[in-house]
Ligand binder design. Structure first.
Ligand code: SP5
Ligand code: ZN
Length: 345
């Protein structure tokens, strides 16, 4: 399987995230991708290549210009507030919730942080833009390779992307890699693309980007948002809007759901994907469904990831896997590469 990897991911290196009133070490760290890269090498699972840079226009097909400009300048604006900020991650502290205005971009940088974010668990650091941009390059290149005839590709990227919306970041995500991959294929001439999101958390950003469209089917299996992040989206009654009605499928499972229930949801997802007859499949591949994941409460074992790959392969679609969450760092390589190997063999 052709893997797109860029070493600049390590430039996004948060020191802390907020959790229950204190700063705790980041779960989303560079070692995550290092583990997957090492395991790919050990198993010799195909070529690993560096992506070409995609133009700003490609990002603007999914994200708003004002959000992109905020993100590109965020670190220098943060340090401009106070030179001492160079040693601190940037976090929001105020948000425009209901009744407050989000249509006027404030000049104050702290107010901008709140306007463009959904939580205080996602630090912006000196290299966040570089890492997010080159990560998006990986995803778009992985999608483009499908257009050129590859059967399957893998974007080995971080930070992840599926929580990021058209104009906001959160859940460790800044640019929506899966959405950019899907949109790129449509702009290149594809008519229908499906996205399957199997991260433990609902891909609220991806859902919202395509919610009123019928050219992208979004199907997600995730923990019930009543108890799990992102909390405010991902319910089963969210089925799309306008032309997009029927093209959004959420399959939430209760906190602690069995592996059997998870695979039953995968069958439902696969049936819906098959009915849609897409030209290609994008998989938001999070492995935080793993029993040993420190953030999550599903029980998948390492061997289960081979079965996932096999089942997805059986759909017979050109498929781009985009790396999302997964925080059990030691087992991350085996779990991710198991999906890819299950697909390939
Ligand atoms: C891409 C992705 O998987 N994003 C997940 C974002 C989850 N953010 C909430 C993290 C809450 C931290 N909980 C710590 C529990 C320690 N036992
Ligand atoms: Zn996740």
């Amino acid at each position: 399987m052709l893997t797109f990897y860029n070493e600049l991911h390590s430039q996004h290196r948060g020191r802390h995230e907020f959790f229950r009133g204190e700063l705790v070490p980041c779960f989303e760290k560079p070692e995550r991708v290092d583990q997957v890269l090492a395991e790919l090498g050990r198993r010799g699972l195909g070529q690993i290549v560096t992506p070409h840079s995609v133009p700003p226009m490609t990002l603007e097909r999914v994200h708003t210009p004002r959000y992109l400009s905020f993100l590109r300048n965020a670190w220098s604006d943060w340090v401009a507030l106070d030179p001492a900020n160079a040693n601190k991650d940037a976090f929001p502290a105020v948000w425009p919730v209901r009744t407050l205005r989000a249509d006027i971009e404030p000049d104050n940088f702290c107010a901008k942080l709140g306007l463009y974010s959904m939580d205080s668990g996602t630090p912006i650091t000196s290299g966040t833009w570089t890492a997010a941009k080159t990560g998006a390059d990986c995803a778009v290149n992985a999608a483009h390779a499908l257009r050129l005839g590859e059967r399957a590709t893998f974007a080995l990227t971080r930070p992840p992307g599926h929580h990021a919306g058209a104009d906001f970041y959160g859940g460790y995500c800044f640019l929506n890699n899966a959405a950019l991959a899907a949109q790129h294929m449509l702009d290149d001439g594809a008519r229908k693309i499906a996205i399957l999101d199997i991260d433990y958390h609902h891909g609220n950003g991806t859902q919202s980007i395509f919610y009123d469209r019928s050219d992208v089917l979004f199907v997600s299996i995730h923990a019930d948002p009543r108890s799990e992040y992102p909390f405010y989206l991902g319910h089963a009654d969210e089925t799309g809007h306008g032309a997009g009605l029927g093209y959004n499928v959420n399959l939430p499972l209760p906190h602690g759901a069995s592996t059997q229930a998870w695979f039953a949801a995968l069958e439902t997802a696969c049936l819906r994907l098959q009915m849609f007859q897409p030209e290609a499949l994008i998989v938001s591949l999070g492995v935080d469904t793993f029993a040993g994941d420190p953030l999550s409460h599903f029980g998948l074992q390492s061997a289960d990831y081979l079965r996932i790959g096999e089942r997805l392969s059986y759909l017979g679609l050109p498929t781009a896997f985009i790396f999302e969450g997964g925080y059990a760092v030691k087992e991350l390589g085996v779990n991710v590469v198991n999906v890819l190997e299950g697909f390939d063999t």
